[in-house]
Write a protein that binds this ligand. Structure first.
Ligand code: FAD
Length: 678
């Protein structure tokens, strides 16, 4: 009875898995600028075990940017080495045939770590609640019922073109029995696995009767569908998943093993002669995950019978693969089964108003540890753009770069997974059947080559309004040679620098955490040389002027560094210059002691050699523009202020209130130098 409640929100998120939780956390940074966000999930409770567990280097860098990588590192189980086990060609007995480092040394400051998905989601949500002062908390037991997009409103940025009806479920409607453990406390993941069809999964969330008062109508400006592989949002939009279903069927056990297999605390790829393969993943809390290839045949287009997937059956199969090593267990915490599907949607959303992210637009096998990482990185890419557009900072067209950038990544992921899972699921080739079997040398080579990809480091976004590479797709042309080792379109990486004001060694990335701002990293060279200092002063005159990218795009009610944030890294000896030698306010912002750094040796942590690391000449210098999501967007010279103007004019909207001129900032007067002791 009664009519449904109607409410309004800027951004609605459907699904609180890794993609939805990352979206919530990124958007939480815009709530103090008035952005409203709601997150709906049909499940009544958060995930507390199982599912994804591998966090790659790139995701850890993102967590650093968000400010909580230390907690993840403390809780997780770091992976250092991969061991390969294969049948001895002579005897067929399982032997260790090689080892490689788990993350290529030098690739990132962070190495792959293992922590289960539920904990990752919890960290993101805690952070979102903190930054939104409690405003963003997922609303659980909320099932969307209808979605309508009014096309006549999509180009009006103040309109709410999306109408979403959501039903409040009761506890028993939103808590499928399958989540409860069995008598031994073993939980099943079959209820979330790819073995279920969308209809079967939906039937778990039965709706008892049509109570109109339990339906709420939400009018939204934007909607992000993060509702997983069976995405309801995707089906409402009529977007299809295309791709293949393989015949490979795998089981997963998270357990405390009792074994004499010597590498049980290593990541291992084990290929037995005739009993299939196993991947070993050492987890947190002394748990170990085994991915086990199962002797189950599924014909194309059919689904595997779920009743075959019991913990005993999966364990028994594992024993055969690991033979002659023993395998018993004290406790199985979680198990599941899956059938590998490699699929991708042909669209990541509609009208740049409704977006799909995560498993809703790409599915593949879990063994390469990419799903959770890619899903979070999807919304990491989308949501700074969405935050900036929805708060009036950026132009609506910026949103188009989300699908342009992430669709390419998703396709690369599917291609990689096809190769990887085929090699993993195949039988080792005997000397006489090279054509059929898996060449174990090739397997190891793919593993090594895949390492950079798997770490999330091979992403290179194409030219666009936000990636000024070569101008081929609407971007502007960078002067890449000025920072030869910072390829435009790739993720910006850290180098150690020394704070001019405090003499403290700092990683540059910790100085540029996620705030939604673009960073202008200014490398003026050796500022004790008059030419270098002149160049810096000229740049400062521009930045302090009323039409600079800082003055024009920053609303007067925000801090002056919240849209375009200049940070200076010079390479003069720190003690040869004073903080007060630097021009105010755009370069040395009064009383802000974290914007000027020196590239020199530190007292306790060695020499970061930032200029050398980045390939920047100490004579020429450079300006490197880093996007809010830590990808290099543009490289130009210190005098190229016209290129800065052009770059930002394509992305940002001039502040409605006329901007934030430098004249509004009170400079500090330098100290009386005659009284400063030497
Ligand atoms: P999901 O995690 O599926 O989250 C979707 C959310 O939406 C859920 O909370 C769900 O309740 C909710 N939802 C669904 N439908 C609706 C609806 N209609 N209304 C409201 N809410 C809805 N990835 C890795 O990166 N590394 C790994 O090591 C790894 N290992 C894996 C191991 C296993 C055994 C499995 C099964 C997967 C693994 N993955 C791994 C993949 C990873 O779990 C997924 O890619 C990841 O969870 C996708 O995140 P998501 O947020 O897109 O979707």
């Amino acid at each position: 009875s009664g009519s449904p409640r109607v409410s309004h929100v800027d951004v609605a998120i459907i699904g609180a898995g890794p993609a939805g939780c990352m979206a919530a956390d990124v958007l939480s940074r815009y709530t103090d600028r008035g952005l409203s966000v709601r997150v709906f999930d049909k499940r009544s409770a958060k995930l507390d075990n199982g599912q994804a567990d591998g966090i790659n280097s790139r995701t850890l860098e993102i967590f650093e940017s968000l400010g909580f990588v230390e907690s993840i590192d403390k809780e997780g189980s770091r992976m250092s080495e991969i061991n390969f086990w294969n049948p001895d060609p002579e005897t067929g007995r399982l032997i260790r045939t090689g080892k490689i480092p788990d993350t290529i040394p030098g690739l990132s400051r962070f190495q792959q770590t293992i922590l289960h998905q539920g904990r990752v989601e919890a960290h993101l949500l805690e952070d979102a609640a903190k930054h939104s002062k409690g405003a963003i908390v997922p609303e659980r037991s909320m099932l969307p019922e209808s979605l309508d997009v009014d096309e006549s409103l999509v180009s009006d940025l103040d309109a709410y073109p999306i109408t979403l009806a959501v039903r409040h479920l009761s506890d028993d409607e939103s808590n499928p029995n399958g989540y409860a453990g069995d008598a031994a406390g073993t939980r099943s993941g079959l209820f979330r696995s790819s073995l279920l069809s969308a209809e079967e999964e939906e039937a778990l969330y039965h709706q008892n009767g049509a109570h109109a008062e339990r339906v709420e109508v939400v009018k939204a400006k934007y909607l992000v569908g993060c509702d997983g592989a069976h995405s309801w949002t995707r089906r409402q939009l009529g977007i299809k998943m295309v791709g293949d279903q393989t015949t490979f069927v795998w089981g997963v056990l998270d357990m405390i093993p009792l074994t004499n297999f010597p590498d049980i605390r290593m990541r291992c790829a084990v290929h037995s002669a005739n009993a299939g393969s196993i991947m070993v993943i050492p987890q947190e809390r002394d748990l170990v995950r085994l991915y086990i290839q199962l002797p189950i045949q599924v014909r194309p287009g059919e689904r595997a019978d779920k009743s075959q997937f019991t913990p005993d059956f999966i364990l028994e199969t594992a024993r055969k693969v690991l033979h002659p090593y023993t395998l018993e267990t004290e406790h199985i915490e979680w198990y599941t089964g899956y059938h590998i599907n490699q699929r991708l949607t042909n669209s990541f959303g509609v009208h740049n108003r409704v977006f799909l992210a995560g498993d809703a637009c790409h599915t593949h096998s879990p063994k390469a540890g990419q799903g959770m990482n890619t899903s979070m990185q999807d919304t990491w890419n989308l949501c700074w753009k969405l935050g900036a557009v929805a708060t009036g900072i950026a132009k609506h067209e910026l949103l188009q770069t989300y699908s342009d950038e992430r669709q390419v990544v998703a396709q690369q992921l599917i291609d990689f997974d096809k190769k990887f899972s085929k090699l993993f699921s195949g039988k080792p080739s005997a000397a006489d059947d090279l054509d059929d079997g898996v060449d174990l040398k090739e397997f190891k080579d793919v593993f090594v080559a895949g390492n950079r990809f798997g770490a999330g480091m091979s992403i290179n976004y194409a030219d666009s309004s936000v990636v000024g590479k070569d101008g081929s797709k609407g971007g502007i042309q960078s002067k890449q040679h000025l920072a030869a080792n910072l390829p435009v379109g790739e993720r910006f990486y850290s180098a150690q620098v020394v704070n001019q004001a405090s003499a403290t060694a700092d990683q540059l990335t910790t100085r540029i955490p996620f705030t939604g701002a673009f960073r202008l990293l200014v490398f003026p060279g050796d500022v004790t040389k008059p030419a270098a200092m002149d160049r810096l002063i000229k740049l400062a005159d521009y930045l302090d002027g009323p039409d600079s990218v800082v003055s024009e795009y920053t609303p007067a009610n925000l801090p002056r560094w919240s849209v375009v944030d200049p940070i200076t890294i010079h390479c003069a000896p720190r003690t040869a210059v004073e903080l007060y030698d630097f021009p105010q306010p755009s370069i040395f912002y009064p009383h802000n002691y974290k914007r000027i750094f020196a590239d020199e040796p530190s007292y306790h942590r060695g020499d970061g050699k930032a200029y050398e690391t980045y390939g920047i000449s100490k004579e020429e210098g450079a300006i490197v523009v880093v996007r809010p999501d830590q990808y290099t967007g543009l490289v130009v010279g210190l005098e190229d202020t016209d290129l800065l103007d052009e770059y930002f004019a394509r992305i940002l909207r001039p502040a409605k209130d006329g901007g934030f001129p430098a004249s509004k900032v009170d400079k500090v007067s330098p100290p009386d130098w005659s009284k400063v002791a030497h």
